[in-house]
Design a protein around this ligand. Structure first.
Ligand code: BES
Ligand code: MN
Ligand code: MN
Length: 462
């Protein structure tokens, strides 16, 4: 058994109980009812960083939730790895669909995880994955094998679009100086086929309000004679995609980078079963843009989805009413070539242009983020690849993900460094959903693999 494996075996119960303590804090950044819990979690992460061996740790105030920072600089001439993660989580709703309380972590076996999975909000996204880095660091310090400098930057607003992070990164540019950024906040194909995320989609998140009459109206007395905002909003939404599921906003696809046939053929080699996919989601068929495969639709193609729609009467029984207002939250996932500010503007213009005179339409933008792709010939990618090869005994596949981590493009622009996305989660982890979980295997495998990234990255840098 190698040193890391032995160390993990000896300390895994403590690792899990420390992670449980973090998971018990409901650090929901979206809901101000949990403000104190978010702040307490920041302090707890700071303590974990210093216990693991950081020489300097700090909780930095921002206009929003704090950023937790820690570092260990062993030699300024050696490379510096900046670890990024987030300690905030998504709301747990709908709570009644959880089989166990979301903030009372529990380990249970599943079909995918016969050795057990940790069930809790944030287990995979991102407390469990972020914590792997703290424990991998602890191992390197204890084993005296830390080969380079480390900085940790763990934020508390990722799930709400990182509103303070641009300010923070600009303000602390010198402190954050690094050679490579290392992030575990994505997934891999399966426990027997690791993959390294080489791309993230961007995001443009909009809210639309359609206003009709100045008050709710009796739908008999007024029905048919005034615009119903819900009817109008539904019509507007249905005009955003055509019969081939292409987005109809003029200019939307203008700068989309198309992949070559060779690149698409390469992508198609990744193991994937459409039947397993349908069965896992209990859907009778897949759906999406004509001319593209499921894996292309959810990674290299842009999308438009309604995330929420409301208005009128939704209580018990029936109420005959024409509502005064209708609302929808609509997000667009963007791919390289698309700029989120431009896309948000095109969306707003188009919605207003196609809306009838009979209603007023307001469009606001929530948050956005630029897409990201990283080359696979960099030493960062090569180091990650060698690390997975060593611990999984098989080569990881590069894979572009459909999710978004807007900070990654910002890091590249402001800090001029690339991010390596070593995710150990699985799509089946149910992140953002009820019963989120993270395999114990994945958690421990991450702790075993990360120190090898440091080793190979430092060797390849010198
Ligand atoms: N960790 C996820 C993103 C992710 C998950 C990327 C799995 C790839 C694979 C992150 O916490 C997240 O949820 N991001 C949000 C965007 C954010 C601006 C709210 C998302 O993708 O919806
Ligand atoms: Mn995340
Ligand atoms: Mn998330």
């Amino acid at each position: 058994m190698n040193n890391a494996k032995q160390y993990i075996e000896n300390h895994k119960d403590r690792f899990l109980s420390e992670l449980f303590t973090i998971l018990k804090h409901p650090s929901i950044s979206a809901d101000t009812a949990f403000t104190q819990d978010v702040l307490d979690t920041a302090e707890l992460i700071k303590k974990n960083l210093s216990d693991a061996g950081c020489d300097a740790t700090e909780v930095f105030d921002t206009p929003g939730y704090p950023v937790v920072y820690g570092e260990k600089i062993i030699d300024p001439n050696l490379p510096t790895v900046l670890v990024y993660g987030h300690y905030d989580v998504q709301p747990a709703d709908p709570i009644h669909l959880w089989n166990s309380p979301p903030f009372e972590p529990i380990i249970l076996p599943t079909d995918t995880h016969p050795d057990g999975a940790i069930f809790a909000r944030g287990a995979s996204d991102d407390k469990g994955q972020m914590f792997m880095h703290i424990k991998a660091f602890e191992f390197m310090v204890q084993n005296e094998s830390l080969p380079c400098n480390v900085k940790f930057m763990i934020e508390g607003e990722e799930e709400i679009g990182s509103p303070s992070l641009e300010w923070f990164v600009k303000e602390y540019k010198d402190k954050l100086k690094n050679d490579i950024i290392l992030i575990s906040d994505t997934g891999m194909i399966s426990n027997s086929q690791p993959s390294i995320t080489t791309g993230l989609r961007g995001l443009s998140y909009m809210e639309v309000t359609v206003t009709g009459p100045n008050r709710d109206l009796h739908s008999g007395l007024y029905g048919g004679a005034v615009a119903n905002p819900i009817n109008i909003l539904s019509q507007l939404i249905s005009k955003l995609q055509d019969e081939n599921n292409k987005i109809t906003i003029p200019g939307f696809y203008n700068n989309v980078e198309e992949l070559s046939m060779e690149e698409r053929a390469e992508m198609a080699k990744a193991p994937f079963s459409i039947d397993d996919y349908k069965n896992a989601l209990e859907i009778t068929d897949v759906h999406g843009e004509k001319g593209y495969s499921t894996n292309e639709r959810n990674s290299i193609r842009p999308t438009l989805d309604v995330n929420g729609i409301w208005g009128g009467y939704t209580g018990e029984g029936a109420k005959t009413v024409i509502p005064s207002k209708a609302h929808a939250k609509i997000s667009m996932r963007l791919v390289p070539g698309q700029n989120h500010e431009e896309i948000s503007e095109l969306f707003a213009q188009y919605i207003k242009k196609i809306a009838p005179q009979s209603v007023k339409v307001d469009v606001t933008s929530h948050h956005g983020g630029h897409p990201y792709v990283t080359p696979i010939d960099s030493i960062g990618y090569q180091a990650a690849k060698k690390a997975y090869q060593a611990t999984f005994s098989t080569s990881p596949i590069p894979q572009r993900s459909g999710g978004s981590i807007p900070i990654v493009a910002l890091f590249e622009n402001e800090l001029k460094s690339k991010s390596i996305l070593m995710g150990f989660g699985l799509d089946s982890d149910a992140i953002h959903s009820p019963n989120e979980h993270f395999g114990v295997f994945n958690f421990l495998k991450g702790i075993e693999t990360i120190p090898l990234f440091y080793k190979y990255y430092t060797e390849l840098s010198l």
